[in-house]
Design a protein around this ligand. Structure first.
Ligand SMILES: [Zn+2]
Ligand SMILES: [Zn+2]
Length: 310
């Protein structure tokens, strides 16, 4: 298997494009799967700049229906059709995403060359929404001014591989081999054959939690527990924490404290307010609370396998 877990930040600003930063969008490649997360204005431009093949995107995950996360979508979907895309495409998002896009397409009399399906979410707890070979994806509610979801992408490994030489050495039966593949130990009269001694080790799964626009509530720490990498919005610095709370957003300090409580390996920041031209203060504020911070900026490419546990 060609193991990959690679994130590209396409847009890192909040409400409006500013200082070379577009609104939220991210491209995530896990093995051979290609996902787009949010689709703010400018996403198509970044896709072109970073040489991403838009027709290979299989699934799009939309956090919420604020324009800075979704206004790039009608244009992108139409371009895919103009490129004569044939592969089906599914879009996950909050209730209303289907009507929003279809209304626009109805007035534009847009023609789609491919099958477009919408999976509308109405969740109160973390829920598995998609299982693919090698990866599973869950959605979970976050705390914003309207229904808003985060998405957790987790590697999943298939059956374990038994070490060939051990089959003869221990005269393993077919049932015993099946049990070992499931990860079980083998109980025999007077002895236990431990799985770890008879199978090839499986790497610790890498996971990525995209947390959209949200207040950094403590309760999210359990939802995000042990995620390898967390993207959490840092719209403001902490001297703006009152405004952040009022507007359903977070500060760099709050996001970093949450990453620490969730015991993540790395925090990726983003969704910066246009009041900030320079972002270094975000890094410094987050680093005071959490040791491993990546300033998410347009064009940032992050190999999440670099942060796996072992
Ligand atoms: Zn936003
Ligand atoms: Zn928002």
């Amino acid at each position: 298997m060609n193991r990959q877990f690679h994130l590209t930040i396409l847009g890192s600003n909040s409400a409006v494009p500013a200082y070379g930063r577009f609104p939220t969008s991210q491209y995530l490649k896990i093995n051979d799967h290609k996902f787009l997360i949010d689709c703010g204005e400018g996403t198509q431009i970044r896709i072109g700049q970073y040489r991403i093949k838009r027709n290979q995107i299989e699934h799009i995950f939309i956090s919420h229906l604020h324009g800075d996360h979704v206004y790039g979508l009608p244009g992108l979907l139409t371009s895919m059709s103009l490129n004569d895309r044939k592969e089906p495409l599914s879009i996950f998002g909050p209730v209303g995403i289907k009507e929003m896009i279809e209304t626009m397409f109805r007035f534009s009399r847009a023609y789609m060359s491919y099958e477009l399906s919408f999976i509308e979410l109405d969740l109160t707890t973390k829920t598995e929404i998609l299982v693919l070979p090698g990866v599973k994806i869950s959605a979970f509610p976050v705390y914003h001014r309207l229904p808003c979801y985060g998405y957790m992408f987790e590697e999943r490994f298939g059956e374990k591989n038994v070490i060939k030489e051990k089959i003869g050495e221990y005269r393993l039966s077919v049932d015993e081999i099946k049990a070992l593949k499931r990860g079980e130990d083998i109980g025999r009269p007077g002895e236990v054959l431990y799985n770890t001694n008879l199978t090839h080790p499986t790497p610790d799964p890498v996971s990525y939690a995209f947390c959209a626009d949200s207040i950094a509530r403590d309760s999210l720490a359990s939802v995000l527990k042990n995620a390898t990498a967390i993207y959490f919005e840092t719209t403001y610095l902490d001297d703006m924490k009152e405004q952040a709370a009022e507007r359903g957003h977070s500060t760099a300090k709050q996001s970093a404290i949450l990453a620490r409580k969730a015991e993540a390996k790395v925090l990726i920041t983003g969704h910066y307010s246009s009041r900030y031209r320079d972002l270094e203060a975000f890094r410094q504020e987050a680093l005071a609370e959490f040791p491993n911070v990546i300033l998410g900026r347009d064009g940032e490419m992050i190999n999440l396998l670099d942060y796996q546990m072992s």
